[in-house]
Design a protein around this ligand. Structure first.
Ligand code: FAD
Length: 499
């Protein structure tokens, strides 16, 4: 074991990953560390990453962030899920909400009762039994002590970075502006010793957090950690991002609209809308993608569309020697389920839990990497599901993903559901049973059989129970305010929405 005491932490990169790491480390371990963040305004950030999942609230709570203040500062709106359009087939729509569907028992999920009801000619839509889903459909939202809605945020990525930077600097993080020209390694073992800036300044450290984005300046360009490519399962590799003025009240969900070679996102913020087209450039040219995006967005554009090229996969080691990679430097699965910011949060949380105060030990590094690998693989499978389980036959892209071989782990899950309607959340897995269920059904995976526990109830009793549940949810949704009206009262900035 390397017995060097670790006190000086250097974060390379000041995008969302860098400032999340800086803010969390400073807030939680500040008195034990000396933290410096190096970033270059000339290089800038990736400038996207505006849709989150509910764990963002856990992170905010960890940092003691006041929600209305955070929402004002980042022009955030609330998010109850994602509306998927045209995925299983052109014209299909389903919401993957953050809510629970119905009431499950120890023996099995609620959906088995629902399937029994459907077989008997009643039961309605599965979504009728999910509070978040019904609220999203009707653009309703409320948060407060007595509100059980599970939610996340849409936020302005640039403003989020600025907000976190303010917090981190107040907590003592030192910021160094400028380009890193080279990385100095210890001759004995290759550990990183310092970042050498273009100005000639040298930033020394004991532990380095690589948040330099796709380039992975330390983890890849210096340590050559290696990259495992997942392009065979997730073939999109390009995105065009553009911002527009809002033309309508903000809805409490992200839209993910499939097109012939990928999908388009629409993320409503308080002051504008984030739009983007994700595509495979083997199936659609950049010009075609730009025409498609510009033809479909609504409202005046605020910036020129920006092209982002990416590679889907992960670093073979996200922690190597004394370098821990976070954010895009650690790998990337496309943004369909808004998981990247969550992975930064989990990564920095795990780093704090395993922090190597007495020096980097291989056992700790291995533990960190194993957990990171496991989490990302399960997220990868969940995202592949959206492509594989489709009945679209209208383009070479959809033919390719429909026919592709998929990881065994996912193939087994799909088969399990198809044969028995059984769904599960594996240990340490982000996506819960209700997420798998909503997406499997939304993508037209139809179970051939289900658990028969619903037959233990007389049909009339089952119908009564389902009707009561449905009525309670519908009533609760009716009492919620409109999302935009709630936002206006809760956290609107002192300027008009269209400004
Ligand atoms: C198209 C697309 C859509 C996405 N949508 C979502 C989403 O909806 N939800 C979600 O959770 N995630 C999303 N993501 C992921 C999300 O954008 C990133 O996880 C997040 O922004 C973190 O990026 P980063 O900080 O790792 O990298 P970057 O933002 O690229 O930051 C890199 C930093 O390193 C600095 N740097 C690099 N090289 C040097 C150098 N030589 N010297 C000094 N500084 C340097 C840069 O200046 C910058 O500050 C999306 C990603 C893409 C590509």
């Amino acid at each position: 074991m390397d017995q060097q005491t670790i006190r000086k932490v250097v974060i390379a990169g000041g995008g969302t990953a860098g400032w999340m790491a800086a803010a969390a480390l400073a807030r939680q371990l500040g008195p034990l560390l000396d933290i410096t963040l190096v970033e270059s305004e000339d290089i800038g950030t990736v400038g996207v990453g505006e849709s989150t999942i509910p764990t963002a609230r856990t992170f905010n709570a960890l940092l003691g962030i006041d929600e209305p203040e955070f929402m004002r500062a980042t022009q955030a709106t609330f998010k109850l899920g994602i509306l998927f359009e045209n995925w299983g087939e052109v014209g299909d729509r389903y919401i993957h909400s953050f809510g629970q569907v119905g009431k499950s028992t120890w023996m099995g999920g609620f959906h088995h009762f629902w399937m029994q009801a459907k077989a008997q000619g009643f039961g309605g839509e599965l979504g009728d039994y999910c509070f978040e889903l019904k609220a999203a459909e009707q653009n309703k939202f409320f948060t407060g002590e007595e509100s059980p809605l599970n939610y996340a945020y849409h936020l302005d990525a640039g403003l989020y970075g600025r907000f976190l930077r303010g917090m981190a600097e107040r907590d003592g993080v030192r910021r160094v502006e400028g380009k890193i020209a080279s990385v100095r390694q210890r001759s004995t073992d290759g550990y990183v010793e310092a970042l050498v800036m273009e100005s000639g300044d040298v930033v020394e450290g004991d532990l380095f957090v690589d948040c330099t984005g796709f380039r992975g300046l330390l983890i890849e360009q210096t340590l050559k950690a290696g990259f495992e490519d997942w392009g065979q399962w997730l073939p999109t590799n390009s995105a065009l991002a553009v911002q527009t003025r809002s033309t309508e009240p903000a809805v409490p969900y992200t839209r993910a609209i499939a097109h012939k070679a990928g999908w388009r996102w629409k993320i409503p913020l308080q002051h504008r809308v984030g739009n983007g087209l994700v595509y495979s450039n083997a199936h659609m040219s950049d010009d075609e993608a730009k025409d498609l995006l510009m033809g479909e967005i609504e409202g005046e554009t605020l910036i020129e569309p920006r092209l982002i090229r990416y590679r889907t996969g992960r670093r073979r080691k996200t922690w190597d020697k004394n370098v821990v990679a976070l954010g895009l430097a650690s790998g990337f699965v496309e943004p369909l389920e808004s998981t990247s910011i969550h992975l930064i949060m989990i990564g920095v949380t795990r780093l704090m839990q395993l922090f190597p105060f007495a020096g980097v030990s291989q056992a700790v590094v291995d533990r960190y990497n194993r957990q990171a690998d496991d989490e990302l693989e399960k997220i990868r499978d969940f995202i592949i599901l959206h492509y594989k389980a489709t009945e679209r036959t209208d383009s070479p892209f959809w033919d390719q993903v429909r026919e592709m071989d998929i990881p065994d782990s996912l193939a087994q899950r799909i088969e399990l559901f198809r044969q028995s309607a059984q769904v599960y959340q594996a240990p340490g897995e982000l996506f819960q049973v209700d997420s798998w269920l909503q997406v499997l059904l939304g993508q037209r995976v139809t179970p051939q059989a289900y658990h028969q526990m619903g037959r233990l109830m007389p049909p009339q009793q089952l119908k009564q129970a389902l009707d009561d549940l449905k009525r309670n949810i519908a009533g609760a949704v009716t009492r919620l305010p409109q999302h935009q009206a709630f936002l206006d009262g809760y956290c609107a900035p002192p300027v008009s929405r269209s400004a």
